[in-house]
Design a protein around this ligand. Structure first.
Ligand SMILES: *[C@@H]1O[C@H](CO)[C@@H](O)[C@H](O)[C@H]1NC(C)=O
Ligand SMILES: *[C@@H]1O[C@H](CO)[C@@H](O)[C@H](O)[C@H]1NC(C)=O
Length: 108
């Protein structure tokens, strides 16, 4: 995601929760390193992931080129939102989510 000259950047990263140590058929340079086309959408993946993504891939119905997505077994989101954050004090409460979202540019 960092703008480095002469280096092909990644499109983002994912936090993933999986019951195994690795996902087959994936590479670091494609699809956020998460799923290959071979296994994307397969219910046996048993993967929950949160993606931070700066590329709009229509194949996965990405909403825009600056989004956070919730993925279950597929790079096609279960839910997705423009990247942003909410300002709150020392202790955040669920009600703070009603405060206006601040824009967050994921790509520097
Ligand atoms: C997927 O990965 C498995 C295990 O590494 C390998 O045996 C298989 O050939 C791969 N399949 C494809 C379609 O790349
Ligand atoms: C995400 O979920 C919220 C709450 O249910 C909904 O309003 C919103 O439309 C969903 N966004 C997408 C991209 O599906």
């Amino acid at each position: 995601m960092a703008p480095t000259t002469n280096v092909l950047p990644g499109h983002g990263f994912v936090f993933l929760f999986i019951p195994i140590t690795a996902i087959d058929n994936t590479t670091s340079a494609q699809n956020l390193g998460l799923f290959s086309r071979v296994v994307d959408g397969n219910p046996t993946n048993r993967v929950f992931a949160v993606e931070l993504n700066v590329f709009r891939n229509e194949e996965f119905r990405d909403i825009n080129a600056n989004h956070v997505g919730i993925d279950v077994n597929s790079l096609t989101f279960v839910n997705s939102s423009e990247a942003g954050y909410h300002v709150c004090g020392l202790h955040c409460f669920y009600s703070d989510i009603d405060s206006e979202s601040q824009d967050l540019e994921l790509e520097l």
